[in-house]
Design a protein around this ligand. Sequence first.
Ligand SMILES: *Cc1c(COP(=O)(O)O)cnc(C)c1O
Length: 228
Amino acid sequence: MHQDIAKRLIDISSKIQKACHQAKRAEGEIRLVAVSKLQSVDVIKEAYALGISNFGENYAQELAEKSSSCPNDIIWHFIGPIQSNKVSLIAKHAHWVHSIDREKVAMKLNKVLESEGKKIHALIQVNIDHEESKSGILPEETIGFANKIITHYPNLILEGLMFMPKINAPKKDKIETMNKIVHLQKSLLSELPSCTHMSLGTSGDFEESILKGSTMLRIGESLLGKRS
Ligand SMILES: *Cc1c(COP(=O)(O)O)cnc(C)c1O
C-alpha cells in the first residue's frame, strides 16, 4: 500500500513538474491537495509520511474525526457541500474551505469563527457552466459576492475561486469552460488582487489546469487508491 501511494506520488509529481515547465510557472505555486474522503487514517498517515501535508475532506464529521487522530501539522481543506448545521465542525477543524457557495454559509461560518477567535482561508465555489444540478455562485455574480465576503465576513480570508467543471463534456465545451474560468479569474484578480488562488483540476485534468492557472489540485483515488 505504502509503495503504491509512493509510486503514484512520483508519477503525479513528475506530471506536475512537466506541466509547470510547459506553463512557465514555478512548482512552488502549485499545492497538491490529497482528497482523503472515505480513506482511512492509516492511508492519510502513509501519504503524510511521504511528504503530503494538505488533505481534502468532504464530510464535516469525518473531517473532525480524522483531524483529531492525524498529525497536527496537516493542513485540512474542506471541499464538500456545506450543510449549515455542520458549519461549526468545519470552522473548528479546517484551515481552508473551498466550497463557499451561498451567503448564508459565509455568514454562519463568519459568526462561528468570530466566537472561536479564528480565521479560515476561503474560496468561492463557482457554478461556471450554470448547471442546474450543481451548487455554486453563478459566474456573473461572483465578483459581487467576493466583495460582499470581504466587506461583511472578515473571518473568511478570501483567497480566490474553486471550480468543478463537467468532466464528461465534449472537448469543444471543455475548452469554452476553461476560457470562462481564465476570464473570470482575471477579472476577479484585477478588482481584488489578494484573490490569487484557484482550486481547479482533479485526477483527469490537473495538467491542463496548471496551464490555466490553477494553484490547488484536488486529487483523490489516483493518488491514495480506491475509496472504501
Ligand atoms: C472527491 C473529490 C475530488 C477527488 O476525486 P477523485 O476522483 O478521487 O480524484 C476532487 N474534488 C472534489 C470536490 C471531490 O469531491
